[in-house]
Design a protein around this ligand. Structure first.
Ligand code: M6R
Length: 611
């Protein structure tokens, strides 16, 4: 949450910073601000989107070769001009941006207030900034030392970037718990919450680790730990092109990302799955295969959509590998005192690889000796780096706040992982194994076929755009897809939606059913089909509106449902990767019909780096 950008070098800083902020806006869009150093500080900030700030400051003096910028997801203090970052210190010499939460800010604020400091905002950031300044003045030390001393007193998570009028070409940065990437150019450096602000300038990046401090000048990058010892920066080559973070002719990133799925799923399977040879090559699994074979239990830890992928994996792994699986909300797991035994494996699933709850949950589990296996989309992200082994989903940058292509990538990886372990453990027959490999290989083509009917989904979305509530029901492998369908509709259309196991509906939610309630069934051909047909009848008997995702060739449900979306036939383990596609499209088109900014729905942010 919150995007941060910085630049120091021979180029004009403002265009780099403002373009970078547009790319990072998915991380939060409550307010925007920039600070530029050039014969003093120039700070411009405003409630609202990056484009609004850009318009407001058009024509102003924006000349500078060293600048920082921030796009905010509000934590302390409402979205407003005065709570927008950058904040300026009491002396007017320092400007700072921050992504994270300073948990002991109230105590620090009290100490500073007692010394006579006053504050112009309600933010924890302004408190930390003045705390740093106070240390610099009292200890007669340089800014770098003051930051080090201050951060030793701070609890919470942060990435901070600081400008100092006394050192007009230097940015001081530090991180704990929130992401920071530094791009190394030729006589210039770029800073960002991710690599997107620097893609057209450099492919050489340094991922800053927790408790590291960076002193960034045009031609010098010094990394130190909080003990003031130098650390050699480790340069990684980026493998992302600029086109991957642009809309590519689509109206929205979400639509682009939905339509990319045939190729992203293909990319995820490519080089791993060989159906002809009957092999799955996943070095992360192979390197840990004995642990997986001997595992007493797998604990999956994730949030949001990634949690839904974990839930489906529970069904698949228990069926194919006969290993007990527990699925945990990371935010709950981290604060419990969970029992982790020798032989347990923690699988962390995350698109961003930066979700604070997931990250801290696995840090705790690691401290207790657990093996951590990460399934992550963003290469080089914190969860990827802290994991003992793992597999990338290779879905490419996902910019739309609603997770779509990352979800199907997670399902593809988790299914391959289950098949590989099952094969090694000999808990799957050769025939079923081979069949599932072929089925998995065919998924991209089948997703492509579903997307060709997007126009049908759009028409149905129009019919239901005024609904106040919706129920999503599925059984077995399709139950997690019901949860995911409900989450997508909620976040993109602001329609209240609930996902339930279809049979559970009788234990309460059925009371909601009337002629106005759309009930979306995920009812593809599987071993539960007859049962779910009965559930549909129960809804129809109460005059509910039934929309069903069904398998082509189903000649029973179309006679009962008000509307249907067809998906190609598939094995029941594979079918969820198909049935989720019409639901993604449904939420997208309902959101569009209601005029929602689907890429940046209200109150949300893509990467939840606060608890
Ligand atoms: O980056 P992560 O996969 O760890 O993110 C987890 C959730 O924040 C994320 O899936 C969220 O629920 C999405 N907005 C869902 O579309």
């Amino acid at each position: 949450m919150c995007g941060i950008v910085g630049y120091t070098g021979p180029k004009e800083a403002y265009p780099i910073v403002i373009t970078g902020l547009k790319r990072l806006e998915y991380r939060g869009y409550d307010s925007t601000g920039v600070a530029l150093l050039d014969n003093g500080l120039k700070v411009y900030k405003k409630k609202g989107r990056v484009s609004e700030l850009e318009q407001t400051i058009f024509g102003k003096d924006l000349h500078s070769h060293c600048g920082i910028g921030h796009t905010r997801w509000a934590t302390h203090g409402e979205p407003s001009d005065r709570n927008a970052h950058p904040h300026v210190s009491a002396s007017g010499k320092l400007a700072m941006i921050h992504n994270g939460i300073i948990e002991n800010y109230a105590q620090l604020k009290q100490e500073l207030t007692n010394k006579g400091y006053t504050f112009t905002s309600e933010t924890d950031t302004e408190v930390l900034l003045n705390f740093i300044e106070d240390i610099r003045e009292n200890n007669q030390c340089d800014l770098e030392e003051a930051v080090r001393v201050a951060l030793k007193r701070v609890t919470g998570a942060y990435v901070i970037l600081l400008l100092d009028t006394d050192n007009p070409d230097t940015i001081i940065a530090a991180r704990k718990g929130s992401p920071l990437v530094i791009g190394v150019g030729n006589g210039e450096h770029f800073l960002g919450s991710d690599a997107s602000p620097m893609l057209e300038y450099t492919k050489d990046v340094v991922y800053v680790n927790d408790y590291e401090l960076a002193i960034v000048k045009p031609d010098e990058l010094i990394l130190k730990n909080l003990g003031n010892e130098k650390i050699t920066p480790f340069i990684t080559k980026l493998d992302i092109e600029l086109a991957a973070i642009e809309k590519g002719g689509y109206d929205h990133f979400m639509l682009k990302e939905i339509f990319e799925q045939p190729s992203t799923i293909h990319d995820c399977l490519r080089g791993r799955l060989d159906a002809d040879a009957g092999t799955i090559t996943m070095s992360g699994i192979q390197n840990n295969i004995e642990h997986f074979k001997e595992a007493n239990r797998i604990i999956m830890v994730a949030c949001g959509t990634s949690w839904h992928a974990a839930l489906l994996a529970e069904y698949i792994i228990e069926e194919l590998c006969r290993i007990p699986v527990e699925v945990e909300y990371a935010s709950e797991f981290r604060y419990r005192n969970p029992v982790i035994n020798k032989g347990d494996i923690i699988v962390a699933i995350s698109q961003s690889g930066e979700t604070a709850d997931t990250l801290v949950a696995i840090e705790r589990a690691k401290e207790n000796g657990a093996i951590i296996f990460g399934i992550v989309n963003v290469v080089g992200s914190s969860i990827a780096r802290i994991s003992d082994g793992g597999a990338y989903t290779h879905a490419g940058p996902e910019i739309g706040v609603a997770s779509t292509k990352a979800f199907t990538g997670q399902l593809a990886v988790l299914t391959m992982m289950a098949l590989k372990i099952a094969k090694e453990k000999k808990t799957i027959s050769e025939e079923r194994y081979r069949k599932l490999l072929l089925e998995l290989e065919a998924v991209p083509e089948k997703v492509d076929a579903i997307l060709k009917n997007a126009g049908d989904v759009k028409k149905i979305a129009e019919k239901y755009k005024s609904a106040g509530d919706a129920l999503f029901l599925g059984r077995g492998y399709n139950f997690p897809i019901a949860l995911e369908g409900a989450l997508k509709l909620k976040e993109i259309s602001y329609i209240h939606a609930e996902g339930y196991p279809a049979a559970e509906m009788k234990h309460g939610p059925i009371a909601l059913v009337d002629e106005n309630l759309p009930v979306i069934f995920i009812a593809t051909q599987d071993s539960y089909h007859e049962k779910i047909v009965s559930n549909i009848q129960e809804i129809k008997a109460r005059k509910g509106k039934v929309i069903a995702v069904i398998t082509e060739g189903d000649d029973i449900i179309p006679g009962m449902a008000d509307d249907v979306f067809y998906v190609p036939p598939a094995d029941e383990i594979i079918a969820p990767m198909l049935s989720t596609i019409p639901l993604q499209l449904l939420s997208y088109y309902v959101g569009i019909a209601k005029g929602v900014d689907v890429d940046k729905p209200r109150n949300l942010a893509k990467s939840v780096t606060v608890e």
